[in-house]
Design a protein around this ligand. Structure first.
Ligand code: CFM
Length: 550
């Protein structure tokens, strides 16, 4: 038997052992549910074991998840600079969703509107909770319009808004009648909707699609025009992606929503292609734009130098112009030259080290590529709130059981626009691109088919489980967020925040890959974690005992 097989067997048994250890602590009913959310991977011909996901967190478990408001306001709309965003709710919701994700923006002109440095909220008090907050919301909108003259205003509902029954949509309509020059819309994204921030993504997609996309017909100048969906400019990722696309001579019309502005969303339906980076947060938009306007979409990723090169090639192949294909190859060769030198150097020090990634809805998958590029292997990974399709691939969508929590989130019925629907390619051209270029339209293969047999996949990881993982696997690095960071680091394992990137970034594209390699090298080879145990914990210098008077 080869070494490779031996390793696989060892890892399978370790994964099984860890799963058992985790479940042992739980009451029987909890253990039964968690057993379906913790899966030892076994990919066979593109088939993987089923994993339970997108269900409620069991009360009492310390989850890593966020809320629907966070998914709507913080994630999808947050990075847009000139849609004035008002949080209707207590001040904490507005404050804690204000730039903690480190999403950046760069207005195109000095005079361009940028509301991101402001946290705007109705600051609900007891009085509004008892007598209703609509009056205060209208006043806030009036004040915002007179101070900032925005093109658009989004109102975001927090939990109490739903509980007391404030109608943010009626307020939006009334204020829009009064101020027809401003596009005003509300989101019913109360924190408790659905089971996680994933519900908020869907709510945001629906409203942006129905109230913003398609409002403006003017196109950005340029050739090979497309949108990137699901890129949020954390730590400057979008800036790096924009740089590369510009070098390739293609036109990025709009990013949903990193470094974006209102008019780009409003005219996003004029492009010839949508590419999807974070499938979880924005697949709804891709599907709806295809149905209404005929824009094809496929999945790409700019996380990892190889993934970036592959994605650029696919986009160029879609447009098909020989001079574009040539230019893209030239850019890839030049950029890779610089990446390779660092990659080889870092790989020598990182080869064989072990990573774990527990990040939300797409990064736990995408970042495995970056680790692989420097020879590191991922042995366990999971999403906080993704759905079965993000784990197992979109082929399982017809089999996903729709429960009451999912049914609570509106599913828009979208039909082809009678005037503006325009197929960008013929069926034959699409099939040809699939067969010859390997472009999977309307598809996402998911995380599990790309992971090894025996890797441990855990949905909605919690602190108890994280502690067992680090104790049993002793990984060289753990990737998660701020809530996990210090617990893990006190266990002697470096933690890389893959939500906010700690204080760093970008990690996307070619230069981003170089940043990531260097940073991971510093973290996994740092000697500081050896000193995590204080000397007196290892070897007590003083011992004492208590004497009890009985
Ligand atoms: Fe998509 Fe995101 Fe993610 Fe996400 Fe998020 Fe994020 Fe994330 Mo934090 S949209 S699913 S809701 S890639 S904020 S930029 S890092 S949990 S893995």
């Amino acid at each position: 038997m080869s070494d490779k097989n031996n390793t696989a067997i060892y890892e399978t048994s370790l994964a099984g052992e860890v799963k058992e250890l985790i479940l042992k602590k739980y009451p029987a009913k909890v253990a039964r549910k968690r057993a379906r959310q913790i899966v030892v991977n076994n990919p066979v011909d593109d088939q993987v074991p089923e994993i339970l996901s997108n269900t409620r967190t069991i009360p009492g478990i310390l989850t890593m998840r966020g809320c629907a408001y966070a998914g709507c306001k913080g994630v999808v709309l947050g990075p847009t600079r000139d849609i004035l965003q008002i949080t209707h709710g207590p001040i904490g919701c507005g404050f804690y969703s204000w730039l903690t994700r480190r999403n950046q923006t760069r207005p195109t002109t000095a005079a361009g509107a940028n509301f991101m440095p402001y946290a705007m909220s109705t600051d609900m008090q007891e009085e509004e909770i008892i007598f209703g907050g609509e009056k205060k919301l209208k006043k806030a909108i009036e004040e915002a319009i007179s101070l900032f003259h925005p093109k658009a205003i989004g109102i975001f509902s927090t939990c109490p808004v739903g509980l007391i029954g404030d109608d943010v949509h009626a307020v939006a309509r009334e204020m829009e009648e009064k101020h027809p020059e401003v596009n005003i819309f509300g989101f019913s994204c109360e924190g408790y909707k659905g089971v996680s921030q994933s519900a908020g993504h869907h709510i945001a997609n629906n409203k942006v699609f129905s109230k913003v996309v398609g409002q403006i017909e003017t196109q950005k100048e340029g050739e090979y025009r497309f949108n990137i969906l699901g890129e949020y400019n954390i730590g400057g990722d979008a800036f790096e992606i924009e740089r590369i696309i510009e070098r390739c001579g293609m036109t990025l019309h709009s990013t949903f929503s990193g470094n974006s502005e209102y008019e780009e969303f409003a005219s996003a339906h004029t492009v010839d292609l949508n590419v999807v980076m974070c499938h979880r947060s924005i697949n709804y938009m891709a599907e709806m734009m295809e149905k209404r306007y005929g824009i094809p979409w496929f999945k790409i990723s700019f996380i990892g130098a190889e993934a970036t090169a592959k994605s650029l090639r696919k986009i160029a192949a879609y447009f098909g112009a020989p001079e574009l294909l040539e230019r893209v190859e030239k850019v890839i060769a030049e950029e890779m030259y610089h990446v390779e030198a660092v990659r080889q150097e870092v790989k020598e020090r990182c080869e064989g080290k072990v990573a774990m990634l527990f990040v939300a809805g797409s990064r736990a998958h995408h970042y495995q590529e970056l680790f692989a590029e420097i020879g590191m292997k991922t042995v366990s990974a999971g999403y906080e709130f993704a759905h079965r399709d993000d784990y197992e691939g979109r082929k399982v969508i017809p089999d996903i059981i729709v429960d009451a929590d999912t049914r609570n989130i509106e599913e828009l019925t979208v039909e082809a626009d009678p005037i503006r629907y325009r197929p960008r390619k013929t069926e034959e051209q699409l099939r040809q691109l699939e067969n010859q270029e390997g472009i999977g339209f309307n598809d996402y293969a998911g995380m599990m088919p790309e992971m090894k047999k025996g890797d441990l996949i855990i949905d909605d990881l919690n602190h108890h489980e994280a502690e067992i993982l680090i104790e049993k696997y002793k990984p060289d690095i753990f990737c998660a967020g701020i809530k996990e960071k210090y617990v893990i680091q006190k266990g002697g394992i470096p933690l890389k925040q893959l939500h906010s990137y700690d204080y760093s970034g970008p990690y996307a594209g070619f230069r981003g890959a170089v940043n990531f390699y260097r940073e991971i090298d510093r973290m996994v080879n740092s000697k500081v974690f050896r000193f995590i145990k204080a000397p007196w914990q290892k070897k007590p210098e003083l011992t004492g005992s208590y004497a009890w008077n009985k």
